[in-house]
Design a binder for this molecule. Structure first.
Ligand code: ZN
Length: 159
């Protein structure tokens, strides 16, 4: 206890301001960007808003670009790619390479696995404890495992 002074009007306003800002999704997005060392530019904030405001999901650069066009966010596909990679490097997204041509970005960067529905190009989360990897190969010298991600590919039952 260092001070016993009563709160001034300004203190009250400052606190009320903080409360309303804390509840503001755009404000918390800017804080999230700053927290990982990214300057919250207009483009990062707009794309981050599109990415993170809809809960956990898996989006490709093309999907996010289309969403940005629909939302009238003026960005190029190249900017969308760059921003997704910056977010990934900062740990806000996880990159999922499903096959050579297709990369998805997961807005949930915590450890988990995936179902991939072939033909629909859709990914569904699988909790990390739902899959147990029983055997892994011997590792090359000087290497350790960073993480193990399993993609279980699904297709409609035949017949
Ligand atoms: Zn996921």
């Amino acid at each position: 206890m260092t001070s016993s002074r009563t709160m001034t009007q300004t203190d009250h306003e400052a606190m009320a301001g903080r409360r309303s800002l804390a509840g503001c999704p755009v404000h918390s997005l800017r804080e999230k960007l700053r927290g990982v060392g990214l300057r919250p530019t207009r483009q990062r904030t707009s794309l981050g808003w599109l990415l993170f405001a809809k809960g956990d999901r898996h989006v490709s650069a093309e999907m996010l670009y289309e969403e940005a066009m629909r939302a009238r966010v003026p960005v190029s596909l190249a900017t969308v790619y760059n921003t997704l990679h910056q977010f990934t490097q900062a740990g806000l997204l996880r990159e999922l390479a499903v096959d050579g041509a297709k990369t998805y970005f997961d807005t949930n960067p915590s450890d988990h696995h995936h179902f991939f529905i072939e033909g629909e190009d859709r990914m569904i989360d699988v909790p990390s404890d739902a899959i147990r990897v029983a055997q892994l190969p011997a590792l090359p010298d000087g290497m350790e495992i960073s993480r193990v991600e399993v993609i279980v590919r699904l297709k409609p039952k035949a017949g």
